[in-house]
Design a binder for this molecule. Structure first.
Ligand SMILES: Nc1nc2c(ncn2[C@@H]2O[C@H](COP(=O)(O)OP(=O)(O)OP(=O)(O)O)[C@@H](O)[C@H]2O)c(=O)[nH]1
Ligand SMILES: [Mg+2]
Length: 238
């Protein structure tokens, strides 16, 4: 079985964490929970479950800083631990744990980055209102056009990287916090000439816990996309 680590960022996911770890258990992956001192006790729950489940470890961070910094810390830990395949996944069941082996398989078969994609044939979203669909589809369209790439789902957060990708892209230069983090990491991967493939997934709206989506996350993506484009044009994006 491939040497894979699923990075699982959590902020107030007490209602989802245990079920998610139980769903990942049969998949023969390691899981790194990255908790930003959730006030609801998710971090303590993660520690207890890690004591019981050998495939789970926990990275505690002192403050909520957004998804980007949480993932960067997890990537560094997973690389240091020797992971060959490093995944991103939400802990709210929007991403189906049963799709994890398909993403890893795509990388084993030659992709450098496999993206769980809602916007290729066979993919889709379930239980999303018109507003969320508009933000998501509009966001991917905006980034695709401004950055001149052909990827259909640039804002999704269900991904599998081969380790070489995370070794080669300049993680220290990534400052995005929210959706922009997903756009930026995929864009930097493409700029380095790596092979990115989209794997169709069905994305289901969360049933437990609360979304951390906010206006500032959307606004950040709106300005960061052209900023990345300007950095590229001026040769500052390496
Ligand atoms: N460690 C950490 N995890 C976070 C942070 N913000 C969100 N998360 C986690 O990242 C995952 C995705 O966040 P969500 O709140 O579901 O955001 P979203 O999926 O973009 O929005 P929805 O579709 O509305 O749920 C979840 O597992 C969250 O608990 C953060 O600042 N730090
Ligand atoms: Mg979510």
């Amino acid at each position: 079985m491939p040497n894979a680590v699923v990075c699982l960022p959590t902020y107030n996911e007490r209602e989802n964490l245990e079920a998610m770890l139980r769903a990942l258990e049969p998949l023969d992956v390691r899981v790194l929970v990255v908790d930003d001192s959730s006030p609801d006790g998710t971090g303590e729950l993660a520690d207890r479950l890690a004591g019981e489940l050998g495939f789970v470890s926990v990275l505690h961070r002192p403050h909520k800083e957004g998804l980007g910094p949480a993932y960067l810390a997890a990537f560094r830990r997973a690389l240091a631990d020797g992971a060959e395949y490093i995944l991103e996944m939400d802990c709210d069941f929007s991403h189906d744990p049963a799709d994890v082996p398909r993403l890893i398989a795509a990388c084993v078969q030659g992709a450098d980055l496999a993206l769980g994609s809602r916007y290729v044939p066979g993919g889709g979203t379930e239980n999303w209102g018109i507003g969320r669909r508009f933000v998501s589809i509009g966001g991917s369209w905006y980034a695709r056009v401004l950055l001149g790439v052909s990827i259909r789902d640039l804002t999704g957060g269900f991904k599998c990287y081969r380790r070489v990708v995370l070794e080669r892209i300049d993680l220290d230069a990534v400052h995005s916090k929210g959706y922009a983090f997903q756009i930026e990491t995929t864009y930097r991967t493409l700029r380095k000439g790596f092979r990115v493939v989209e794997i169709p997934i069905t994305f289901t709206d969360r049933e437990a816990g609360h979304s951390k989506m906010s206006r500032s996350i959307v606004l950040e993506a709106i300005w960061r996309v052209p900023f990345l484009g300007v950095q590229t044009l001026t040769g500052r994006l390496r």
